[in-house]
Design a protein around this ligand. Sequence first.
Ligand SMILES: [Zn+2]
Length: 431
Amino acid sequence: MSTEYVGQSHTHAEVTAAPVGSCRSCGGPQPRPFLSLGRTPIANRLLRPDDLAEHEPVFPLEVGFCESCTLVQLTHALPAEEIFDADYPYFSSFSDMLCRHAEKHVTELMISRDLGPDSLVVEIASNDGYLLRAFVERGIPVLGIEPSPGPAAAARAAGVPTREDFFNADLARSLVAEGLRADVIIANNVMAHVPDLNSFVEGMSILVADDGIITVENPGVGALLEHTEFDTVYHEHFCYFSTIAVDALMRRHGLHLAGVEEFPELQGGTLRWNLQHAAVDSPQVRERLDRERAAGLDTFDRYASFGDDVRELQAELVTLLRELREHGRTVAAYGAAAKGATLLNSSGITTDLVQYVVDRNVHKQGKYIPGARTPILDPAVLAQRQPDYLLLLAWNVREEIMAQQSTFARRGGKFIVPVPRPVVCAGPLMA
Ligand SMILES: [Zn+2]
């Protein structure tokens, strides 16, 4: 497939997006598409002012369903260097909710796995060592694995031993050859980003001790469908997991589900899968699999109907924004995360409908959302400009944002929450 560009000419080197020939998990036939979000730029690649003169490459953003193993995945693959290039933004800002969630998990693992000075906890995609530091403080040996140099260096500086590398079966073999086996492997919010899923899971299977545990967290595809969270689809997220699909993937590498937990408030609905070598009969796992089958997560039809939901949501949102514009209302947005780029670009919302977006992250301020080219400003401008409406692109932390923006709400500002259906609300203070 040839590369397509926004505009009449281009200055970028030729890059292509190839259709995925077979399922990333089972290797079965090409996934069957059910939702196209058009051709969009890479969501995380924020534009600098100098970039505005250039034309951005855009790539198909389409999701499909594997009729063999049920895994939901993107139907086109970009070269890894396109996605994880030098400009790939690294931000260690965790939400308060994510921090509390992680601290609770550390305490639970300490007790349930009886961890001590002879144990080893490995975290894959350990970022700046935030989570592992909690184990280090309790005297538990750890190893972080993190491919990005900046975060890896920050982790080491904070006393968290970190290997700067991508995790796969080869790395796992070399760690085992060095005498390492993990009592606990933690892989949070990384599995969706892995190009070679089978090598990644095989690596975890190799590295975990015979009686060890692997704990994997990822937003679940069930919540994505239920709440129409289509904006969590972007090029960096290759796969969208149900427990049914995870079960099939893990079994292929000798790993078995020992438990499933759900965290509905976390990132729109996160699942935690606990895995081990020994097969166990877990009522919790059985119940989860039954519930997912009852919800149709193993059928193409359920995904096709989700596609219809998304198109309706987009039409409603655009209609609302156009009406506000016609009535002379001003609209800004909150949260310059990747999902904001997906929502704006796939819905065709540019600066005539949403004038600017604010974000607390200073590294993002002064840049622009790719595609839509919405300027990113300091949230302090809200006090000066007092827009009439604030579109919450970061809807997953909407309660935190509404609490922070109490002054905006007191002055009469209203919030637009785009998913699961666009609603206007005055914020918790005005309720
Ligand atoms: Zn498959």
